[in-house]
Design a protein around this ligand. Structure first.
Ligand code: C2E
Ligand code: MG
Ligand code: MG
Ligand code: MG
Length: 275
């Protein structure tokens, strides 16, 4: 977790090297007002079921368009939000927006659609997270099975607290996925203790499947591992047809990436959603 944080910060300072320090402070003050100024919005990226060719789930990815900074990527402002505690407000906003979107699609007849949201490590350690989720599901009359919670492998620390949290989420009925699987440097022990549903193969492995033997081997192994454990598996960052072929051959259930669609606003995605 510490390593992940350090890396994110390094990236942040590096991209703003010239005037990094003041920018960091100014950006925080802008981020603080981003919700009320309606500068935040959500794009959704389809997840393709490789055996049926249908899309029945999406990942919600936050976007920020600020007057001073322009488009700031979540890779930059989410670490800042985590650092400053703003993540709690932002995270709750994302949750509500996703429930509103689910409600909208369900009212249009798209009843079986599922949306995955990213939960950052700090949010995940919040005691009241489960109650907050339960509250919004009830408010918008969404079955818990329409919601998926993505937690990065780095945040899956093998502790009692994590286990307790995951059990509560599972009891609620939401799906739980491990994001960026294979990059968290954690022991695989948690896989047998935690009630996980889905592994998301990190895009760093998917990028060179087909050309890099090691990446191919790792990807195939993760798919086997998921199957043996009875988990769903999804490959991230799929950009080329060759990767799709490889993943189908390897029996990977789902794939997500620019090859199928970039993350887009919900109106542009309705044709994907099946009744
Ligand atoms: P992630 O959850 O691993 O999301 C995948 C990232 O890969 C997204 O970047 C997505 O736009 C990008 N991507 C998807 N397909 C492709 C592809 O084919 N090629 C390439 N090169 N990239 C692809 P994005 O949207 O910039 O998000 C970056 C990270 O920010 C996410 O990684 C996630 O960790 C975090 N994030 C995004 N939205 C939220 C949010 O609402 N809450 C929290 N806590 N974190 C978020
Ligand atoms: Mg994710
Ligand atoms: Mg990921
Ligand atoms: Mg990531």
């Amino acid at each position: 977790q510490v390593k992940e944080k350090g890396r994110a910060h390094y990236r942040f300072y590096q991209t703003n090297m010239e005037s990094s320090f003041p920018n960091y402070i100014i950006m925080e003050s802008h981020l603080r007002k981003a919700i009320e100024k309606e500068e935040l919005y959500i794009h959704y990226q389809p997840q393709m079921n490789l055996s049926t060719g249908n899309v029945d789930s999406f990942e919600a990815l936050i976007r920020w368009n600020n007057r001073k900074f322009g488009f700031v990527s979540p890779g930059q402002f989410i670490p800042l939000a985590e650092e400053t505690g703003l993540i709690h407000g932002i995270g709750e906003w994302v949750l509500e927006q996703v429930c509103i979107q689910l409600k909208d699609w369900r009212l249009k007849g798209y009843k079986n659609v599922r949306i995955a949201i990213n939960i950052s490590p700090k949010q995940f350690l919040q005691e009241q997270l489960v109650e907050t989720i339960r509250g919004y599901l009830a408010k918008y009359e969404i079955p818990a099975s329409c919601l998926e919670i993505e937690i990065t492998e780095g945040a899956m620390q093998d502790t009692q607290q994590t286990l307790k949290m995951l059990k509560k989420l599972k009891e609620l009925g939401v799906f739980i996925s491990v994001d960026d699987f294979g990059t968290g440097y954690s022991s695989l022990n948690y896989l047998k203790r935690f009630p996980i549903d889905i592994l998301k193969i990190d895009q760093s492995f998917v990028r060179e499947i087909g050309s890099n033997q090691k990446d191919s081997a790792i990807t195939t192994t993760i798919i086997h591992l998921a199957h043996s454990l009875g988990l769903e598996v999804i490959a991230e960052g799929v950009e080329e047809e060759g990767q799709v072929h490889f993943l189908k051959e390897a029996n990977c259930q789902k794939a997500q990436g620019f090859y199928f669609s970039k993350p887009k606003c919900p109106e542009e995605l309705e044709h994907y959603v099946h009744l």
